[in-house]
Structures are given as structure tokens and as C-alpha cells.
Design a protein around this ligand. Structure first.
Ligand code: PLP
Length: 403
């Protein structure tokens, strides 16, 4: 990977913060955008913009073609079988809410169960709790060991005849653990249970093949994979999506409306009420083209090297406590140093130009499991370098000395 060339595509990486070169290690929260993505968005607004699907005029048709071509780009990127299986949403959170609402309505009754893991993001917990309050479903939780690996034997014990769905993160946004979702899906299918994979933290970092995983549903956000904010995806197997009711009502998702009776559009439009973010989908497709051109395998290898290097260097710091040391670990490192509060560490690192995240990372149940309030989290992207990790290590050492 030509890092110099890649970094030049991201203008923000050459800016300074408090007079220091920016070191951006908050990629788990959102990634920076390459010029190619921003240019595609600007170009579409300047030269194509028109509402999609409904117009006979030239611009509307061109905008529709771009929007549907983006769907095909997503399909190819995750190796889905059909564009009917690609639903555009606002992001991971909306994808999960759509899923829980629609799947829950059709397939879950009082007393039915969902299996989640202890390391889920709030967006894969709270929608289920809302459904539990409405429908009386029960939530079961897969525990983990102290390295941050899910306990698969215990996972298998959680299944009962009332289990209707497993919903689990592919990669933990706190621990970096890459969960063995393929194996988990195989087991669940053996029990006749479908699986949703939260891919928010896997899509930017590794090749994803939903058919190889045999995932029934897979969700992600565009902004975490170098695309724009406000657009995301729910992938679902057609056989499931066909049986699921619409999530929102409005334009686009209907075939025919009368006050007596409305019929719904076919997939994927049944789940896409209202004007979609058709400019956002163009930006997302450009982002996927961008990472594909580099190669997801190469990105994964580069980030693995960065993570291995960072783990070694960080462990040299006295008082360093790292949370998440799974055998299979992505490019996320959560830590605390001595008794320095994560917020103080983050604030002082910021003064040195280093952007990290602090707090509970929308995973409070996981914090409870770890017996802490929060961590400092450094998360790497394709453009990060070993030199930047050296800056982080020096920064942490400097902050540590101050305490
Ligand atoms: N799931 C995981 C594992 C995440 O890391 C995040 C965001 O950090 C989300 C879900 C929610 O993503 P979004 O806020 O883009 O909807």
C-alpha cells in the first residue's frame, strides 16, 4: 500500500490541531473521507440532482441509474446474491431498528427469545429492549472470557425452542474482538434460527462475503467505511425479507394506494419509504470502489500490522491495561493507564493533536462486565501509520508523567 498516496486523498489528514499534526485514531466512530467520495457527491449535486424513481425527465432517470448502480456496487462488495437484498437505510442503527420492528412483528410473540452478546453496541441492545417492552420477548446474553472472546459453549446452551433470532456484532467496537460469526451462524442454522450480523466494525476492515458467512442479515454504516454520513445498508436474504412487513409507510414503498387498501412495492423498495439519500448512496458506492481498488485484503493486512505494533508498544508503558486481547482482534485498542481517568487522558492527548475516543463507547453492559466506567480507545484506519502510533505512545507517556 502506498500510504503517502493514500493519505494525499484525505485532505483532513494534513491539517493541524492545536498547532500539532493531526493523528486521527477515532476511526471506529467515523472515518475520514477521500476526495473521490466528496467529489462524487459535489458532482452529483451540481450536475445530476433530481429525485429518483419517479421522474420521466432526463435528470431523474440519470439520478435513478446512479442510485441503482450504487446498490449493485454494495451487492458486489458484500457478495450478496441479488440487489433485491440490499436495503438502503440511514446507517447501522436504522438498519437494526428496521429489522427488529419488522422481524419482531412478523416472527416474535410473547416469551420468544433473542440471543445477543455481552459486547453489543447499544444499537443492538436497545431496539430489542423496546420490542421486549411491547411484545414481552426475552433477551439472552452470550458471555465472554477475560480476553474478550465469546464463550461458544455457553452460546450453544442459550438456545431453546423459543429462540427466534441471534443478533451479534461481527467485530466489537470496544475490544476489537472478531467474533467467529461463521461458526455461530452454522450452529444457529442447525437449530433453525436465523442470524443478524452487525457489521459496523467489520465492513471497513476485512473482506465480507455474506453468502460465505451464510448470514441471514448483515448491517453496516457508510460513514465507517470512508463514505458519507446518513446512509447505510440492511442486507437480508430475499426469502426472509419477502416475509417481513414494511417498516415505514410512505412514497416509494407502495404499489397502489387507496383509502380502502394499499399494496406494497417489491423488494428492495418495500423497505425504503420516502426519498432515499440517493446522493449518499453515490458517495457510499464511491467509498466502496475506493477501498476495493486498494484491496480489502491489503487493508486488513496493513491494519493488522498496525494493531500488532501498537499492542507491543502500548504494553511497554507502565500501568497500561488493555481491554480485549482476543486471538482474532481487529484494529481497535481500548486501554486505561494507572488510575488516570479516560476523559483526562483523551483530553490531554487531544492537546497533542491525537484524536482518540473516551467513555463507554455505547457499550455500557460491556463496561459493567469489565468493571469499569469507560476506556480510552484508539482505532485505526487504512491511512494510519506506525509513526502515528509512536506519536500516540509518546503522548501517553507524557500524560502519564504529568500524573
Ligand atoms: N454497531 C457497532 C458495533 C458500532 O460500532 C456502531 C457505531 O459505533 C453502531 C452499531 C452504530 O452505528 P451508527 O451510529 O452508524 O448507526
Amino acid at each position: 500500500m502506498d500510504l503517502q498516496k493514500i493519505r494525499a486523498d484525505f485532505p483532513i489528514l494534513s491539517r493541524e490541531v492545536y498547532g500539532k499534526p493531526l493523528v486521527y485514531f477515532d476511526n471506529g466512530a467515523t472515518t475520514q473521507k477521500p476526495r473521490q467520495v466528496v467529489d462524487a457527491i459535489t458532482d452529483e449535486y451540481y450536475s445530476v440532482n433530481a429525485n429518483v424513481h419517479r421522474g420521466v425527465h432526463f435528470l431523474s432517470q440519470q439520478a435513478t441509474e446512479l442510485h441503482e448502480a450504487s446498490r449493485e456496487t454494495v451487492r458486489k462488495f458484500i457478495h450478496a446474491g441479488s440487489t433485491n437484498e440490499i436495503i438502503f437505510t440511514r446507517g447501522t442503527t436504522e438498519s437494526i431498528n428496521l429489522f427488529v420492528s419488522s422481524f419482531g412483528e412478523e416472527f416474535m410473540q410473547e416469551g420468544d427469545e433473542v440471543i445477543l452478546s455481552v459486547m453489543e453496541h447499544h444499537s443492538n441492545i436497545v431496539p430489542w429492549q423496546l420490542l421486549a417492552a411491547k411484545r414481552g420477548i426475552a433477551i439472552k446474553v452470550i458471555p465472554m472470557n477475560d480476553r474478550g472472546e465469546l464463550l461458544l459453549d455457553e452460546y450453544k446452551q442459550l438456545f431453546s425452542e423459543r429462540t427466534k433470532i441471534v443478533s451479534v456484532a461481527h467485530v466489537s467496537n470496544v475490544l476489537g474482538t472478531v467474533n467467529p460469526v461463521k461458526e455461530m451462524i452454522r450452529y444457529a442454522h442447525g437449530q433453525g434460527v436465523p442470524v443478524l450480523v452487525d457489521g459496523a466494525q467489520s465492513i471497513p476492515h476485512m473482506p465480507v462475503d455474506v453468502q460465505d458467512l451464510d448470514a441471514d442479515f448483515y448491517v453496516f454504516s457508510g460513514h465507517k467505511v470512508y463514505g458519507p454520513t446518513g446512509v447505510g445498508v440492511l442486507y437480508g436474504k430475499e426469502e426472509w425479507l419477502d416475509k417481513m412487513p414494511p417498516y415505514q409507510g410512505g412514497g416509494e414503498m407502495i404499489q397502489h394506494v387507496s383509502f380502502e387498501r394499499t399494496t406494497f412495492n417489491e423488494l428492495p423498495f418495500k423497505f425504503e419509504a420516502g426519498t432515499p439519500d440517493y446522493i449518499g448512496t453515490t458517495g457510499l458506492a464511491k467509498a466502496l470502489d475506493y477501498v476495493s481498488a486498494i484491496g480489502m485484503e491489503k487493508i486488513a493486512a496493513h491494519e493488522h500490522e498496525l494493531t500488532t505494533y501498537a499492542m507491543t508498544r502500548l504494553k511497554e508503558i507502565p500501568g497500561m491495561r488493555i481491554f480485549g486481547e482476543a486471538e482474532e482482534k481487529g484494529s481497535v485498542i481500548s486501554f486505561l493507564v494507572g488510575d488516570i481517568h479516560h476523559f483526562d487522558m483523551g483530553t490531554l492527548l487531544d492537546r497533542l493533536g491525537i484524536a482518540v475516543r473516551t467513555g463507554h463507547h455505547c457499550a455500557q453492559p460491556l463496561m459493567q462486565r469489565l468493571g469499569i466506567e469507560g476506556t480510552v480507545r484508539a482505532s485505526f484506519g487504512l491511512y494510519n501509520t506506525k509513526e502515528e502510533i509512536d506519536v500516540l505512545v509518546a503522548g501517553i507517556e507524557r500524560v502519564s508523567r504529568m500524573f
